[in-house]
Write a protein that binds this ligand. Structure first.
Ligand code: ADP
Ligand code: MG
Length: 273
């Protein structure tokens, strides 16, 4: 059988694509047989690894790609960079623990959730990013079409599920009970990262039911790290620098009241972006 045919049969696509170059380089470097074989297999492995990352990135549906390196920790002193570095080691995923990121709009909750999601994808884990609103639309639709079981199953499958923006919209009773069922399914089986602009005290309001909210928090927080970001909006940083808002407000401490405080100009759109 011809070499190209063999490469096709064995599905060594990446090696096939780079074969001529690799042979030329091997000849120039006078590689021995073993070293050449190693380089060839390494090329195939690297190509497959990269393709795997790209496929998992697409499946994850991240709103954008943002990494931890792009996060300015100096701007957010309430965050412990060592703790973030530790979380980026992904031990939490191996132990099926959760991460809860709290804070007012614009402080980088989604950025950090996505950055940890990308770390997970690079390490070979499956991941899925949903806003709470998209999640609820999906589950309510599935229930009305009599395929809730399958929809829940699909949401248990990713090793990391990111649920963004808990708290912007209150849930109906039906939605809250669907959310609870999802949390129960994933509990101690697979990790969640959730972000919220509301402190836990206000979750009763979000879920329209104090008892349900307590049951949800009980499972969510049993094995969890909570990051409480007490800073100001990064989105407003540039505008402030340009003098649009004059002097910066003193850095607020994030409480439930803070989340409901009258937004600064421009902050209201931020909340919905
Ligand atoms: P939140 O989800 O808390 O409302 P985002 O994560 O959407 O905030 O952040 C708003 C924008 O500001 C994003 O473009 C994000 O990348 C950026 N951002 C926020 N905090 C930081 C930071 N500390 N360093 C760099 N970029 C940041
Ligand atoms: Mg966000």
């Amino acid at each position: 059988m011809q070499l190209t045919h063999l490469l096709e049969k064995l599905k060594l696509d990446h090696l096939e694509a780079r074969l001529d170059t690799l042979c030329e380089q091997a000849a120039a470097a006078e590689l021995d047989y073993k070293s050449f074989l190693e380089t060839a297999l390494q090329t195939e492995w690297q190509g497959r690894y990269q393709r795997g990352i790209e496929a998992r990135l697409r499946q994850s549906r991240f709103p954008w790609v943002k990494t931890l390196d792009q996060f300015d920790f100096d701007f957010q002193p309430s965050l412990d960079r060592r703790q973030l570095r530790e979380l980026a080691g992904l031990g939490f995923l191996e132990r099926s623990h959760n991460i809860i990121i709290l804070g007012p709009p614009g402080v980088g909750k989604t950025h950090l959730a996505v950055a940890l999601g990308i770390k997970a994808v690079e390490a070979g884990y499956s991941s899925l990013f949903l806003t709470l609103e998209t999640l609820m639309t999906r589950l309510v639709k599935a229930r009305h079409e009599n395929r809730l079981e399958k929809a829940l199953q699909q949401l248990v499958y990713p090793r990391l599920l990111i649920i963004d923006e808990i708290g912007y919209l209150p849930l109906s009773r039906e939605e809250a009970s669907l959310f609870f069922r999802l949390i129960v399914r994933r509990y101690e089986r697979a990790s969640l990262i959730v972000t919220s602009n509301k402190s836990f005290l206000d979750w009763g309001e979000i879920f329209n039911d104090q008892i349900l909210a307590t049951a949800i928090l009980d499972r969510l927080l049993h094995h969890a790290t909570t990051l409480n970001i007490k800073g100001e909006s990064y989105r407003l940083k540039e505008k402030r620098r340009a003098g649009l808002f004059g002097r910066a407000r003193p850095t607020p401490t994030f409480t439930s009241d803070e989340a409901q405080a009258t937004p600064l100009p421009g902050e209201d759109e931020d909340a919905l972006s």
